[in-house]
Design a protein around this ligand. Structure first.
Ligand code: UDP
Length: 240
């Protein structure tokens, strides 16, 4: 099922259904973009049509976090659940190990993608990691990176460059890589490699993971200042 929130399409699927849908994309062999949509991206997209276009061109848009789920509720869309980037990545890796999909990890600081790949291989025996590459390359180098990815022939690429850089890279280069699916996963490699700790389960259950992150990484304050504006935008559009 699909719904629309502030002009952006959102797939209202569970985690299991999202993974199933992506499995279909991989079987098709055709390129598909997956966007894990957070409030910052959706807010920015109201002022930058280019970002809204990225959301419209995605084959699957998941509600990345409680902010989007809450906004869907305010807009009267029922039954929308969280499908966050990190959880989606782990569910896909689990499936990839079973199905033999070749995965590629692109992004994060030098060394982090390799470390994350090592942990994933340990946790999901049989996982085929086609390759890894860090995410600190210039615009001039971006096409060369895509070519390097292509040579490793992955089917599924996880791109961790932060939003919207990762979505822009995917938009521009997915076809060139020859992969069937690319998913933007933000800071997930840092978490998997153990560089950044995720909030404890009980905080996640209370939907307060964002708060834990904010306290741990105070530099996010500026970025999260957009959240109250997002809340107000949603209330104005759907409730007033
Ligand atoms: N990153 C990168 N290249 C860049 C900028 C950032 O690879 O030019 C990485 C960064 O190291 C981190 C991730 O992208 O691993 C962004 O993490 P963040 O938590 O900010 O993701 P977001 O919340 O934006 O999805």
């Amino acid at each position: 099922m699909k719904t629309t929130l502030l002009g952006a399409p959102i797939d209202t699927l569970t985690m299991k259904e999202s993974v199933e849908k992506i499995a279909g994309f991989i079987k098709s062999g055709q390129p598909h973009r997956v966007l894990t949509l957070n409030p910052e991206f959706l807010y920015q997209a109201q002022f930058e049509p280019e970002l809204m276009e990225l959301a419209r061109r995605a084959a699957l848009v998941t509600p990345d976090g409680i902010g989007i789920v809450w906004a869907c509720r305010m807009a009267g869309r029922r039954g929308v659940v969280r499908v966050t980037g990190i959880d989606l990545m782990l569910s896909l890796v689990h499936r990839a190990a079973r199905e033999g999909w070749r995965v590629y990890l692109l992004g994060a600081a030098p060394g982090v993608a390799e470390e994350a790949a090592g942990r994933l291989r340990q946790d999901y025996p049989g996982l085929q990691v086609a390759g890894t590459h860090h995410g600190y390359f210039s615009d001039e180098e971006a096409a060369g990176v895509a070519e390097m990815v292509r040579q490793n022939q992955p089917q599924l690429i996880f791109v961790a460059l932060g939003a919207p850089k990762q979505e822009q890279w995917i938009d521009r280069y997915l076809e060139q890589t020859g992969a069937s699916v690319a998913v933007g996963v933000g800071g997930s490699f840092d978490v998997i490699a153990g560089k950044v700790r995720r909030a404890p389960q009980w905080l996640q259950r209370l939907h307060l993971e964002w708060l834990a992150r904010l306290l741990r990484e105070p530099s996010r304050w500026r970025r999260q200042l957009v959240l109250p504006r997002f809340v107000w935008m949603v209330i104005k559009r759907y409730r007033l």
